[in-house]
Design a protein around this ligand. Structure first.
Ligand SMILES: [Zn+2]
Length: 82
């Protein structure tokens, strides 16, 4: 009779552990998404040739001048302040 009790206990323990393992199933990590920073695209342009655009700093292929960073926040204003 004792063996039966042990068996029953073992079975209960097994099923309980299995159930616990299932119930505590780790929720799929949807919150672990990597935060992607919006990379501001920096472009380099020639001060003399605005049509020249480059992703990297370098020199203008037309005049050889050092390319300067183009500020995307700046509005296209051709007015010159004197
Ligand atoms: Zn140029």
């Amino acid at each position: 009779m004792k063996k039966v009790m042990l068996m029953a206990i073992a079975i209960v323990f097994c099923t309980a552990s299995v159930f616990a393992a299932h119930s505590t199933n780790p929720v799929t990590d949807t919150t672990k998404t990597k935060k992607v920073k919006p990379v501001a695209k920096v472009q380099y342009t020639c001060t003399m040739h605005p049509e020249v655009l480059s992703d990297k700093p370098g020199k203008c292929p037309k005049c050889g001048m050092t390319l300067v960073k183009k500020d995307p926040a700046k509005k296209k204003t051709s007015t010159m302040k004197m």
